[in-house]
Design a protein around this ligand. Structure first.
Ligand code: ZN
Length: 160
């Protein structure tokens, strides 16, 4: 089937590559929401921080275990919208096993991505988190995307 005959294709004039990326990103967010990574309580956690986003009803509790200067284990428990839960799931995937300094850098990069920084949105070190770049255009959802990260910021500050 040629693209022009595809009823599910992008409308005339839309950049099909951009539409494909948006669909892929949407799929990644839903995948993390439906099959969260590193979800559940952590045994022997050094720190547990629970954060709420009253605007949306989201809750994320982040649990971490450190080994020297490394985030050895990280998990989360929570409930709420797809953006808050997918972001927390992606967070655990990205910072697990990383040195604290690298986790701090990721926190800064992701915060810039949420606030619309195009360079951060293209940073391969952010992995699946890049799928949340579209949130930058929805200021009311910024607290959802950053909820788990506010917990991470406090947890990392406690190690500094
Ligand atoms: Zn939310």
């Amino acid at each position: 089937m040629s693209p022009s005959n595809d009823p599910m294709g992008p409308p005339d004039g839309a950049d099909p590559r951009r539409a494909d990326v948006a669909a892929l990103y949407q799929e990644l967010i839903l995948d993390h929401y439906r099959r969260p990574r590193n979800r559940g309580p952590l045994e022997h956690a050094d720190i547990a921080l629970r954060k709420k986003n009253p605007l949306c009803g989201d809750v994320v509790e982040l649990q971490l275990r450190f080994e020297g200067d490394t985030v050895r284990e990280v998990s989360f428990i929570g409930e709420g919208c797809a953006i808050s839960q997918a972001s927390a799931s992606m967070l655990t995937q990205q910072v697990k096993g990383k040195p604290v300094a690298e986790a701090v850098r990721m926190l800064e990069r992701f915060t810039r991505l949420v606030h619309g920084d195009a360079e951060a949105a293209a940073d391969p070190s952010l992995g699946d988190l890049r799928a949340l770049a579209g949130v930058s255009r929805l200021p009311v959802r910024h607290p959802c995307a950053l909820l788990g990260w506010t917990a991470l910021a406090e947890a990392l500050a406690s190690r500094a």
